[in-house]
Design a protein around this ligand. Sequence first.
Ligand SMILES: [Zn+2]
Length: 161
Amino acid sequence: MAIRKIVYYPADILEQSCREVTKFDRKLGKLLDDMYDTMIEFDGVGLAAPQIGIPERIALVDIDDESGTIEMINPRILETSGEQTGPEGCLSFPDLYGEVTRPNYVKIEAYNRKGKKYILEAEEFLARAIQHEIDHLDGILFTSKVNRYLEPEELKGEENE
Ligand SMILES: [Zn+2]
């Protein structure tokens, strides 16, 4: 296990589009394992590769529910619908929280670490976390979507993505 260093804003790598993964090898598996350890270490519910300095289309989400850890490689959003508004944070912006409106439902296509394609549907908080991470792969940060920033007293146990 290895904890990687988090890249904090501002950093160019957080605002650029990441490249597609072409090799599904052991190195990719090791990277995903390190990303998981790093996400857990920093109490996140998601982490994208650019947040540890790697400009590739790889992200994880784990909101600690029955879905388990979702590994997304080269993910693509196929469909969205509805709307939800709620608090959001990001491991690259320590102690910053804002209210963000996003689609309530998302359907994605992505690859797992073995290179197998899968389809996943999600709603509510899981859909929020997935969209937040996929945004990272296109250099889009949650701060560009914040309706209003939240004061510390408005937050109770919010988690970071
Ligand atoms: Zn984030």
